[in-house]
Design a protein around this ligand. Structure first.
Ligand SMILES: Nc1nc2c(ncn2[C@@H]2O[C@H](COP(=O)(O)OP(=O)(O)OP(=O)(O)O)[C@@H](O)[C@H]2O)c(=O)[nH]1
Ligand SMILES: [Zn+2]
Length: 351
């Protein structure tokens, strides 16, 4: 009955969310809390009864869902918009960063989520837009309209194509070639660095997810910067291979949300709990993107440089054979020791 999924509609919806404009998804009309303000909210929901949509990871902190319900921290929860929930109160509801400074008063009451699939899709769209996963529901005229299928189509990795390639000598690998990938409507430009010459062996491959703080600023909170450079050296040393630089900042939640997770880590939460308290999955990355890039480069058998079994499983699930996992652990420092221990203890990293 419906038209073919339209990724362009999802792209328009992402743009509208970031600008603070209302959108509609399959029967729900929504305004992102993060980009709203009191006036926009008043125009969007004049009776102030529309409810606030959050994710169950956040709802657990607010005691609106139990741990069991939060097995999927991204599941939608609808909070009744009690008369006292004005714009600042809704912001405090959405953003756990302020919990210590402004303890939430409540009481909050949940309501059944109308159109749960649309609500879940809206929370996914907030993540794609790099915003907090929280919305006002209302009735204002939407600036953009998308369906859940449009959003999935927008994320479909098979639409990725090679945009261009060029020689790029880099420190540690002077004969490297850079290949850029794009998919229509998406702002992300993933990169592959091809190092050395194919020699008949499966290439040594590193999936590196973007980390502005670690890759560029030399952050000591994680191991990304040293892992990036060590990967280039290891690939060069192995004869040949590929470094994929994936635009999946913050394990897929975006830079600003990752920095919010860092603020929660400053309050004592570890990297796993920080993500779920914000209302995100522990790891929101889609390694199908990496599989598609390898396929466009003609590689379906790889030796994978990683400590993360989820990367091996993610590639294998999309048709890439991982003939060997090659460990990629680097020395800890006082600032990232807890982060590395959490990865070992809570996300199955083999260090
Ligand atoms: N959300 C969030 N992302 C983080 C945090 N610390 C680092 N990252 C992101 O995690 C990603 C780095 O992960 P990877 O280097 O691929 O590491 P990994 O998944 O642990 O796997 P391997 O290094 O391959 O073993 C980058 O996108 C970072 O921005 C954090 O505390 N919270
Ligand atoms: Zn990092």
């Amino acid at each position: 009955m419906s038209d073919r999924p339209n990724p362009r509609a999802a792209a328009r919806a992402v743009d509208a969310l970031r600008r603070g404009w209302p959108i509609a998804i399959d029967g729900l009309t929504l305004l992102a809390v993060e980009t709203a303000d009191a006036d926009r909210l008043a125009a969007f929901d004049p009776p102030a009864t529309g409810g606030v949509l959050i994710s169950s990871g956040r709802a657990v902190t607010l005691k609106l869902a139990n741990q069991l319900e939060a097995a999927d921290p991204t599941a939608p929860v609808l909070v009744d918009r009690a008369p006292w929930i004005d714009f600042p109160a809704a912001t405090a509801l959405a953003d756990p960063q302020f919990d210590l400074a402004t303890p939430l008063k409540g009481p909050f009451r949940t309501l059944p989520v109308p159109h749960p699939d649309a609500a879940a899709a809206a929370l996914r769209l907030a993540r794609i837009a790099g915003l907090l996963p929280a919305f006002f529901l209302g009735s204002g005229a939407p600036e953009a309209t998308a369906t859940a299928a449009d959003i999935d189509a927008h994320e479909d990795a098979t639409r990725l194509v090679i945009a261009t390639r060029a020689r790029l000598p880099v420190e540690g690998a002077e004969d490297a070639e850079i290949v850029a990938f794009r998919s229509p409507e998406s702002a992300d430009e993933h990169i592959a660095l091809l190092i050395g010459q194919p020699n008949g062996d499966a290439p040594l491959v590193r999936l590196h997810s973007e980390c502005l703080t670690g890759d560029v600023l030399g952050s000591l909170k994680c191991d990304c910067g040293p892992q990036l450079h060590a990967a280039i050296h290891a690939i060069q040393h192995s004869g040949w291979g590929i470094l994929l630089y994936l635009r999946q900042e913050g394990r897929g939640i975006g830079l600003v949300n990752k920095l919010r997770a860092y603020a929660l880590q400053d309050q004592g939460f570890d990297t796993v709990d920080a993500n779920t308290r914000l209302g995100f999955a522990i790891d929101a990355r889609d390694f199908g993107v990496a599989a598609r890039m390898l396929s466009l480069l003609g590689q379906n058998r790889v030796r994978l440089l990683t400590n993360n079994p989820a990367k091996v499983a993610g590639l294998e699930a999309t048709g890439v054979t991982v003939v060997e996992r090659v460990p990629h652990a680097l020395p800890a420092n006082p600032h990232n020791a807890r982060y590395l221990a959490t990865k070992r203890d809570r996300t199955g990293h083999q260090l």
